[in-house]
Ligand binder design. Sequence first.
Ligand code: BGC
Length: 409
Amino acid sequence: MPLMYSQRLRNGSPLLLGAIAAVLLANTAQAQSSSEASASSSVGSGIQTSVFGHLPDGRQVDVYQLTNANGIELRVTNYGGIILSLKTPDMDGKFDDIALGFDSLEAYLSDEYRQANPYFGAIIGRYGNRIAGGQFSLDGETYSLATNDGSNHLHGGDQGFDKVLWQAEPFESDAGNGLVLRYTSEDGEEGYPGKLESEVTYTLTDNDELMVDYRAVTDKATPINLTQHSYFNLKGEGSDTILDHQLMLNAPEFTPVNDTLIPTGEIRSVEGTPFDFTQATPIGERIEQENEQLAFGGGYDHNFVLARDNAASDELVLAAKVWEPQSGRLVEITTTEPAIQFYSGNFLNGDLTGKQGQAYGHRSGFALETQHYPDSPNQEAFPSTILEPGETYRSRTVYRFSAQQDLGS
Ligand code: BGC
C-alpha cells in the first residue's frame, strides 16, 4: 500500500503516525499470510470471529468483534461491511451500544428492511448519495443506473456495496485491532463502468478511535464516492430522538437541493439559516422552522461543505462533533473528504425494531456521512468523483469517542 499517510498527517502526533505505520505494516504482513488468517477463527484476545448466518445462496457470513484496551467494542459483519454495534462508555463509565442495527443477519435480509432501506451501519458504494435520474455521461458515453429512490439513483443502486459479501481479514497491530474488507465490483455492475477493486479497513485504536480507510483502483474511468452509513444515538440505540444532541459542523456552506434531494448546483452560506452548525447547536432547535430546504429533506438531509482551508486533499480535517448532554458522550469526526452528509433520521418511522426490542422511531438516530458532493458526475462545478485507471482512490475518516460533562469550545 503506498504510503501517502505520512504526508496526509503531517500535523499529526508522532504517536498517531507511529500507530498508522504499524497498521500499514500489519496490513502488508496480513496480506502475505491471508490464507492463514482466514483459516483461523480468532486472531487473539482483541478480535473474535463467529458465524453470523448464511445468505440465501448458502454463502457464510461472519461477524468480527473488535475490542480495544479501554473496553470499547465494535461488531462488524462482512455482509455490507455493516457495523452491527458499538459499545462506548458514558461519563460514569457505563457502556451502551450507540449504533442502530440488528442482532441477526435475517433482519438485514428481510423484505421489510430492504423496503425501508435505512442502510444501517453499512459501507456505501460505488456512489454515496444520489445521482440525478440515475444517469451520467463519461468520456462521451451515457450510463444508466438503477433508479431506486424515486427517479434518482441512491447509494450505489439495488445491490450496492451495503448488500454484498466482502472478503474479510482481521488483523492486530500496535495501532489497534482491525478488519480489512475487500470487494471486487465487476465492470457493468449496477450499471457502473470498470472493474473496481475496493478495500475498506476498520481499525479500532486504543486512543478510542475508529479509523476507516478506503482504497480502490479501476480499469476504466468510473465515479466513486465511498462512505460509512452508521446511525448513532449517543444515549444508546433504541432511546428516544437525537434532537437534544448538540451538533457542530465545521461547514460554512451547504449544497441546497430540489424536492428530490438533488443539489441545485448552488453552494450556499449557512449564515443566518437553520443550517448554521458552526457553533454547537441542539439538532432539534431549528429543525421544525419553516424553511424550504428543511421541508424538502423532512428535516436535515443535506451535504455540508467542510472548511478545509488550505489543507492538502489527503489531510485529516475536523468535520463534526456531536455531544449528548445526558450521557456526556462525544463523537468527533475528522476526514480527508471535502463534505459531510448530515441526515437526521427523518425517514425512520418506527417500523423497524432494534436490538433492545425497541422501535426505531422518527429521528431516533443521526448519520454523518463523509463524502464528495451528491450528483457530482452531473455537476461540473463540484469536485470530481471520477477515478481513472492508474490512479488510486484513497479516503480516510476517523471517529473519536469520549465522554465529558460539557462540550467546551
Ligand atoms: C440520505 C437520505 C436517505 C438515507 C437512507 C442518507 O444518506 O441522504 O436521504 O434516506 O441515507 O437511505
